[in-house]
Design a protein around this ligand. Structure first.
Ligand code: NAP
Ligand code: MG
Length: 404
């Protein structure tokens, strides 16, 4: 069989620990036999980040801007322990944070739904994708404790030195607390465009919610910016695609999400996204079945798994013990990136290969062959727990039948 050709390289960002092991297995077992893979390789493993003083992370993000599509392996975000373990000269920043800042992107997280793994909300038969606005609000706050008898005000000084003041609270009879939050129109606009574009790409409805009835200036601004951009730039495209933009209050949205069957994109303000993405991920079953894609407002895509480097499994692997690590989310990062490359470069064979690899993966699990994390959840009667490598070999059995 002739291998599928690529024209533009994918930006390949390698990573750490167990996911780095899985990364190579996926390529060797499931991609290289079928695709003449073209990548521009960046080693974001912690040792190379140390060696390059983290320049490699910046370079990989710049390459992503240039080529338009990247696939990323999970990476260690160093903490004090890791500084010792890897003898680091600095506590390097989270690569995901660095890449997101350079691409100005929004993260979309989508669960992979398979038969036998029933969500805790049984009506959720289709995935719910959460988009989190990753700028400002409580994550960039200023806060103070305030002594009884104090008067707290909000003061804004404009560029000509004129002050506008508003009373927050007169503290009488008790100490208290205050907090200052901000956001910027530019970031909210980028977030809105990323969400509208992603909805068009997926041909799924977009939901957005805030508390604009209570927060008449702050949350209302989010609502207005989304609405303005939708009316001016996306209304017709949404109508053509047969999808809708739906705005409601956050509490109403939560109630509707629980009653829904899934199958839409839910755009969330920063804090809502933080909380709701954990709820949705847990309800769908397993973090190892959650994919993640960073989309920039100008349409650059970086695909990855939502989970980390699975450190505990890696130490078992290093000791020569058998592991049963779930490779599905990492595999879907590869298929997402290959499919996107296929769409952009007009290579239907490449996109078709990505679809088949995903189908082969889902069939393997639905046939009852799965890693330990899923075996613990699956309601299938006949199921077999397999090790990391056997799982990939089982996928390849099905894939090779589909490809010939
Ligand atoms: P983690 O790697 O997501 O793993 C947490 C636990 O979840 C694992 O110990 C495992 O449970 C289970 N799990 C996660 N993925 C799995 C998979 N594919 N297959 C089977 N089980 C899976 O999170 P962590 O242990 O908190 O973090 C480890 C490292 O990853 C940290 O250095 C962190 O900085 C990094 N991290 C990176 C990213 C990223 O690059 N996007 C995201 C998060 C964390 P059991 O041990 O019970 O089997
Ligand atoms: Mg959270």
């Amino acid at each position: 069989m002739e291998k599928i050709k690529m024209t533009t390289p994918l930006v390949e960002m390698d990573g750490d620990e167990m996911t780095r092991i899985i990364w190579k297995m996926i390529k060797d077992e499931l991609i290289l036999p079928y695709v003449e893979l073209k990548t521009e390789y960046y080693d974001l493993g912690l040792e190379n980040r140390e060696r390059t003083k983290d320049q490699v992370t910046i370079d990989s993000a710049e390459a992503t801007k240039k080529y338009g599509v990247a696939v990323k392996c999970a990476t260690i975000t160093p903490n004090a322990e890791r500084v010792k373990e890897y003898n680091l000269s600095q506590m390097w920043k989270s690569p995901n944070g660095t890449i997101r800042a350079i691409l100005d992107g929004t993260v979309f997280r989508t669960p992979i739904v398979v038969k036998g793994i029933t969500p805790y909300i049984p009506t959720w038969t289709k995935p719910i994708t959460i988009a989190r606005h990753a700028y400002g609000d409580v994550y960039k706050n200023t806060e103070m404790t305030v002594a009884d008898g104090s008067r707290a005000e909000l003061v804004v000084t404009d560029k000509d030195g004129r002050e506008t003041r508003q009373l927050i609270h007169e503290f009488k009879g008790s100490d208290g607390i205050i907090q200052g939050l901000h956001n910027i129109d530019k970031s909210i606009g980028s977030f809105a465009r990323a969400c509208f574009n992603f909805a068009l790409d997926k041909k799924q409805d977009l939901w957005f919610a805030t508390k604009d009835t209570i927060s008449k200036k702050y949350d209302h601004r989010f609502k207005d910016i989304f609405n303005e951009i939708f009316e001016n730039e996306y209304k017709d495209k949404f109508a053509q695609a047969g999808i809708t933009y739906f705005y409601t209050l956050i509490d109403d949205a939560v109630a509707r999400v629980i009653r829904s069957e899934g199958g839409y994109i839910w755009a969330c303000k920063n804090y809502d996204g933080d909380v709701m993405s954990d709820m949705v991920a847990t309800a769908f079953g397993s973090l190892a079945m959650m994919t993640s894609v960073l989309v920039s407002p100008d349409g650059v895509y970086e695909f990855e798994a939502a989970h980390g480097t699975v450190q505990r499994h890696y130490y078992k692997y290093l000791k020569g013990e058998t592991t049963s690590t779930n490779s599905v989310a990492t595999l879907f990062a590869w298929t997402g990136a290959l499919r996107k490359r296929g769409q952009l470069d007009d290579l239907p064979l490449l996109s078709d290969f990505a679809d088949k690899l995903e189908q082969a993966t889902v069939s393997t699990i639905e046939d009852g062959i799965m890693t330990g994390d899923l075996a613990a959840l699956s309601t299938l009667e006949n199921k077999t727990k397999v090790d990391t490598e056997t799982f990939l070999k089982e996928i390849n059995k099905r894939l090779s039948a589909m490809m010939s």
